[in-house]
Design a protein around this ligand. Structure first.
Ligand SMILES: [Fe+2]
Length: 438
């Protein structure tokens, strides 16, 4: 019997409150059951009181899709699934994809204590069922924050992210993380001419890999440049996001509240200058969110590309692109008191002091008065890692080169956002900071 005991250094810091021992022999048994016919199970928040389960049935969709009948059964008890929800089976053809995706929107059983433990199983009477998964979800309309962390990642991909995926799997199954937010560059399914642009197999492989955590916690995304092929067809079909629940007119930008944080997901791959439809949505959304601080005290905006960065490998992004993006968004983020702007794209990690128009507003994070900009782009994909930075940048507070994979954890409370940047291979915290408010 293989047992892995994970004792986090973060324990000593009091940010994560459990030592857990995992029995991998039982997980292995479950993993074997996951193979067919339900693969790549992932859960997205879907507006107030709903979630959306999506998964792959790895068989050709074909013209006669009436044989598919996807549904999920679920409940608060692991033995009595007293709720059911039916959905749809569909496909798309970009990247030579021809298999069957399934998607079910399910209304949550509401619990009065603020959190809902949902046990669920999804599948199809004709093809079989997933294992039983368990997911803990915040009840809509409840303002208190849940004790736990949210993992923030970017630039993962299917080829080099196993350390990060394993870490997120352990954190999700043990309940240490309650959600994963992914700020773009997801599967890295690029065009591959030698394979006749058949790149959909990369999405299949990636979604099967991350099922290890996306079946246990909500997985919320923004598109990056590596999702743009075929007009984002794979991204839109694999990762439907709840844009209509936030009055967005585009699948590429939306917002949601979770664990005391208002998250605004937007697309740096679509226009966001001040005359764009996306900017109009962001402006209206952030004004509303800023007025709603009594209920939801924090605001995090996430998109793929940096507004502030100092990488030398990707110098043009920081020297030429970032100032243009700042000219679009920085005033809005500052005026609506956004707490954090999160991105990837540069495969490195760095964070700023509270900054506005390149002027440091404070040299600590207490009542910061301006956004903190974080590049968090080394979850997995290695090309190109960014190991060097411009020297002596006044607004840069800390950085970590992209030699090792890593990701951020944030634990929200009503008066603090407590961050840890975790090195994936050994779960060592490489950077720790908190944003606090009176
Ligand atoms: Fe990128």
């Amino acid at each position: 019997m293989v047992k892995i005991s994970v004792c986090f250094m973060v324990l000593a810091l009091g940010l994560v409150d459990a030592v857990f021992t995992k029995d991998l022999s039982t997980k292995g048994t479950q993993r074997e059951k996951i193979s067919n016919p339900v693969e790549g199970v992932h859960v997205a928040l879907w507006g107030e009181g709903f979630v959306r389960y999506t998964w792959l049935n790895p068989v050709p969709h074909g013209p006669d899709n009436t044989k598919f009948n996807p549904w999920c059964k679920y409940g608060t008890s692991s033995t009595n699934f007293n709720h059911t929800a039916r959905g749809e089976a569909y496909t798309y053809t970009a990247g030579m994809f021809n298999m069957t995706l399934n998607s079910v929107v399910a209304e949550l059983p509401i619990q009065p204590d603020g959190y809902t433990q949902v046990n669920y199983q999804c599948g199809d009477s004709n093809y079989g069922w997933s294992p039983v998964y368990s997911i803990q979800l915040q009840t809509p309309g409840v303002s208190q924050t849940q004790r736990g962390n949210i993992a923030l990642i970017a630039d993962l991909g299917s080829t080099n992210g196993s350390d990060t995926i394993t870490a997120l799997e352990q954190f999700a199954e043990s309940g240490l993380i309650k959600m994963v937010v992914h700020a773009g560059d997801i599967s890295y399914a690029d065009n591959f001419g030698k394979r006749n642009h058949n790149n959909s197999y990369i999405w299949v492989e990636y979604m099967k890999q991350i099922e290890k955590f996306t079946s246990w916690v909500p997985y919320m995304t923004a598109p990056g440049n590596h999702e743009s092929q075929y007009d984002f067809a794979a991204y839109r079909n694999w990762l439907p996001m709840p844009y209509k629940s936030s009055d967005s007119e585009s699948p590429f930008w939306f917002s949601f509240d979770y664990m005391g944080i208002h998250f605004l997901s937007f697309s740096t791959e679509h226009s966001f200058n001040q005359s764009s439809a996306q900017f109009a949505f962001m402006q209206q959304d952030l004004i509303q969110a800023n007025r709603n601080r009594d209920s939801v005290p924090w605001i995090i905006v996430f998109g793929h590309r940096p507004l502030y960065c100092t990488s030398l490998v990707a110098e043009h992004r920081c020297v030429y692109d970032a100032p243009v993006f700042r000219s679009y968004l920085e005033d809005l983020l500052y005026q609506q008191r956004v707490d954090v702007y999160l991105c990837g794209h540069d495969h490195s990690y760095e964070r700023t002091y509270p900054v506005y128009r390149e002027r440091v507003i404070r040299r600590d994070y207490h009542n910061p008065q301006a956004p903190i900009y974080i590049v968090d782009g080394e979850a997995g994909n290695p090309e190109p890692n960014d190991p060097s930075f411009q020297p002596d940048v006044e607004w840069r507070a800390n950085f970590y080169p992209g030699w090792d994979n890593g990701f951020l954890l944030v634990q929200p409370t009503p008066v603090a956002l407590q961050f840890q940047y975790i090195r994936s291979r050994d779960l060592t915290p490489m950077d720790i900071f908190s944003i606090t408010k009176d």
